[in-house]
Design a protein around this ligand. Structure first.
Ligand code: S3P
Length: 430
C-alpha cells in the first residue's frame, strides 16, 4: 500500500470504540448475570476474536449493525469448555485476561492458542502469579499453547515485576474466584479499565494509590456500556495533525483516561498544540473532544514512569521526536520488545528507512531530531498494526510518500484506518 503526503489535516473525525474497553466489556459481559448491551463496540480483528472466544465458551452474543452487541452472560461460574482449543488470534489482551477467568471455572480444562506473533509473546508473566493462586497451567516453555486446568483458587498479594495492565487484570479476574483477598501491587500505574468496569459491575474491589484488592464475587451485572473512542487510534491522527503544517483537526468522543493519555503530556512538553474540550464521562471513563493544531516541536526525555501511560504510542513518539529540534531519549521501555513485534527494532528500521535519525537501545530509543519533513521510502509492518499506522502517518508529512508492506494488518485494531485517511484527503482538498 502506498500513502502519499497530504497538504494538511482539517475537519472533524471520530475513531472506533476503545480496544481495551471493548475486549473487557465482552469478557466481563460473558461472566455477568443477564444481558450486557455494548454500544460503540470497537470492532476489529482483535475484538472479534474475543466475541468468538466467548461464543466458543457457550455465551450468546447478538450483533446489531457493526457496533452494538448484546452479550447474554452465563454468570461467574457458567462458562462451558468447548471441544477444541480457543483461538486468541493476535490478541494479547484476550489471551491474558481470559486465562484469569478460565482459571476460575473449577473442574474444567481449556486450551488457548494464537497466531505466530501471539505464540512468540511471553505468558510466564501470567502463569507465574496464577499458579501461585492454585491454578493448573501449562505452556510450551512460557509460550502458547496454554493449557488451563481450573482448580480451587486462593488469594495472593502480588507485586507486578513488569508494569502490565494485562497481567494485573488476569490476576484481578482470577481473584473473583479465589478464597480470601487478592491484591495486586502496582509500583507504576497502568491502565485501569478492568478496575473501573469491575466497580461498575458491582464486584467487591478496593482501590488504593499503588494497589488493588478484590474478593470472591458471587454475581456481576453490567447492564449497559458505551465504549468511548480509542485514544490509541486517535493518536496517529494527533501526531499527523501536529506534524503537517496548516492542520487543524478535531477528534471527537475520545477516551481520556489519564492512564492512557501519556502522549498528550509528552506532546505538551514538546510544544504540541492540543486542546481538550467538552470533557465528560462515557461508559464510566473520562472522555472529551480534542482540537489539534500543527506545531514546531522541541526534544524531550521520556522515562520509565511515563512508559505505561503511553505504551502503545511510543513508536509515534519516536516519529515526533525525529522531527523536533534537538536530541530526545526514551528509557525504561524494554516492554516494547514484547509487543506484537519487537517495537524498538521495528520502529528504528521503519524510521531509518524513511530518512530519520533513530537508534535503538536495550530499553528505548535515542533520537536526533531534524525539523524537516521525512524523506519517505518503503517500510515493513512486520504484521504489526501499530507499525503500519506509523508508516502511514510518517507518509502524510513526508516528501516522497511511503510504501507500506503488509498494511492490511491495521485491521487488527482499526479496520477503517485507511478509509478515514482517504476522507481526510478529501476534506483537505475541499
Ligand atoms: C493492554 C495493555 C497493554 C497494551 C495493550 C493493551 C490492555 O499491554 O500495550 O495494547 O488492554 O490491558 P501490557 O499489559 O502488556 O503492557
Amino acid at each position: 500500500m502506498r500513502v502519499d503526503p497530504i497538504t494538511r489535516l482539517v475537519g472533524h473525525i471520530a475513531v472506533p470504540g476503545d480496544k481495551s474497553i471493548s475486549h473487557r466489556s465482552v469478557l466481563l459481559g460473558a461472566i455477568c448475570d443477564g444481558e450486557t448491551r455494548i454500544t460503540n463496540f470497537g470492532r476489529s480483528a482483535d475484538t472479534e476474536a474475543t466475541v468468538e472466544a466467548v461464543r466458543a465458551l457457550g455465551v450468546t452474543v447478538y450483533e446489531h449493525g457493526t457496533d452494538t452487541l448484546r452479550v447474554f452472560g452465563k454468570g461467574l461460574r457458567g462458562l462451558q469448555a468447548p471441544g477444541g482449543a480457543i483461538d486468541c488470534a493476535n490478541a494479547g489482551t484476550l489471551v491474558r485476561l481470559l486465562t484469569g477467568i478460565l482459571a476460575g471455572q473449577e473442574g474444567q480444562q481449556f486450551e488457548l492458542v494464537g497466531d505466530a506473533s501471539l505464540s512468540a509473546r511471553p505468558m510466564k508473566r501470567i502463569t507465574e502469579p496464577l499458579s501461585r493462586m492454585g491454578a493448573g497451567l501449562e505452556t510450551e516453555e512460557g509460550h502458547l499453547p496454554l493449557g488451563v486446568d481450573a482448580r480451587p483458587l486462593h488469594g495472593i498479594t502480588y507485586e507486578l515485576p513488569v508494569a502490565s495492565a494485562q497481567v494485573k487484570s488476569a490476576i484481578l479476574l482470577a481473584g473473583l474466584y479465589a478464597d480470601g483477598e487478592t491484591t495486586v501491587v502496582e509500583p507504576v500505574p497502568t491502565r485501569d479499565h478492568t478496575e473501573l468496569m469491575l466497580e461498575a459491575a458491582g464486584a467487591p474491589i478496593t482501590r488504593r494509590e499503588h494497589s488493588v484488592t478484590v474478593r470472591r464475587a458471587e454475581r456481576l451485572e453490567l447492564g449497559e456500556i458505551e465504549v468511548p473512542g480509542d485514544f490509541s487510534s486517535a493518536a496517529p491522527f494527533i501526531v499527523a495533525a501536529t506534524l503537517v503544517p496548516g492542520s487543524e483537526l478535531h477528534i471527537h468522543d475520545v477516551n481520556l483516561n489519564p492512564r492512557r493519555t501519556g502522549l498528550l503530556t509528552i506532546l505538551e512538553r514538546m510544544g504540541g498544540r492540543v486542546t481538550v474540550y467538552n470533557r465528560r464521562t462515557i461508559g464510566g471513563e473520562r472522555a472529551g473532544d480534542l482540537e489539534v493544531r500543527s506545531a514546531e516541536l522541541v526534544a524531550t526525555e521520556v522515562l520509565a514512569p511515563e512508559v505505561p501511560l503511553a505504551i502503545d504510542e511510543l513508536p509515534l513518539f519516536a516519529l515526533l521526536a525525529s522531527c523536533a529540534h534537538g536530541a530526545s531519549r526514551l528509557r525504561g521501555a524494554e516492554e516494547l520488545r514484547a509487543k506484537e513485534s519487537d517495537r524498538v527494532e521495528a520502529t528504528v528500521d521503519a524510521l531509518r528507512a524513511l530518512g530519520q535519525h533513530v537508534e535503538g537501545t536495550e530499553d528505548g530509543f535515542r533520537i536526533k531530531g531534524v525539523p524537516t519533513r521525512p524523506r519517505g521510502g518503503r517500510i515493513r509492518s512486520r504484521g504489526d498494526h501499530r507499525m503500519a499506522m506509523l508508516g502511514a502517518i510518517a507518509a502524510l508529512d513526508s516528501q516522497e510518500g511511503v510504501e507500506i508492506e503488509d498494511a492490511e494488518c491495521v485491521s487488527v485494531s482499526f479496520p477503517g484506518f485507511f478509509d478515514l485517511l482517504a476522507s481526510l484527503r478529501q476534506q483537505a482538498a475541499a
